[in-house]
Design a protein around this ligand. Sequence first.
Ligand code: AMP
Length: 380
Amino acid sequence: MRTVLPGATLGILGGGQLGRMFALEAKRMGYRVVTLEPSPDSPCGQVADVQIEAGYSDPGALRRLAEECDVITYEFENIDAGAVEFLEGLGKDVHPGSRVLRISQDRLLEKNFLRDSGLGVTAFMAVDSEADLMEAARTVGLPAVIKTVRGGYDGKGQAVVSDEAGALAAFRKLHGDHPLIWERKVPFLKELSVVACRGIDGKATAFPVSENIHVDNILDTGIVPARISATAAERARSVAKSVGDALGIVGSYCVELFLIEGDQVLVNEIAPRPHNSGHYTLDACVCSQFEQQVRAICGLPLGSTEVLKPSVMINILGDGKGNTLFGADEAMREANLVLHLYGKTQAVAKRKMGHFTVLGDSVESALAKALAARALLRWG
Ligand code: AMP
């Protein structure tokens, strides 16, 4: 593939905050950006050169995107893989490609792929009937997490079950057109993630491991470097690189992991795009996950993933109590805090409105300052 140099136009399917941060980095590097997104005035559309306001699968809009852009990527995995195939069919480079998208948007394909690639995952089974459910309870075991195979994110479309009655209730609630996946619940010590990036030449780089704290299944806090042993950190980064190689992915991606006893890691899921847990890279690293994405899809050499300072990232979620964020001025008295807001006007409960990152000389000092800053923020 030819190198796409600054001055060229990058396309992005999806107009959310990941697209916005990608566009900001791409524009800093001298690229034009076109986003395809149905919601007007989207977080990405606000900073892109052009927002094509249409559905992600609209053939006319996809054709226009292909005409205007030199290379295309996407910012979330719930777009139709058929839309990416359509662009590929027009002869357009889309990174990561439709195959990666297909695998990562289907939890069964994904888990089978990981297992077949020799990577550690929890025991699992496809469940498409009540008979399957009883078999899963016997063979895979309880407690379990039952999940929809497609479309779930941030804990939506899943249930933790500890007995057969609970499993049956969850099955009846969640089962629809697709089978469900029954996963043995992992007794994890910590949740981790590694954002990595793989170039067109197959060279991969992995950022340091993030230790992730979730609240209500939504990422709340990311701590980097993760407070884990060097062995566990090395394993996590090595697994992340192996996932990228196995997928043949081009671009930034995230591997979410469970840390279990014995410094072992199991893969929970893959996101074929920059990830919330990698936002710290914008402020704490030489090169961010978004810059890496630009470099990878443009065929440029990847940058350094070195982390310059320990950091703590905290998400700012809406709570439905108002659309104005108060306290940012007080929080910013902490001079090592960097605030990112995504330009969303409606602070609906649990909606990701922004995040901030605090840098410190140690993870402990960054964490203390970040928690103090969070206590100052409120919606009204
Ligand atoms: P997911 O949508 O797969 O990322 O799951 C959301 C959250 O549910 C994860 O961050 C974990 O906290 C929890 N979870 C998901 N799958 C499992 C599992 N097999 N065992 C234990 N916890 C899980």
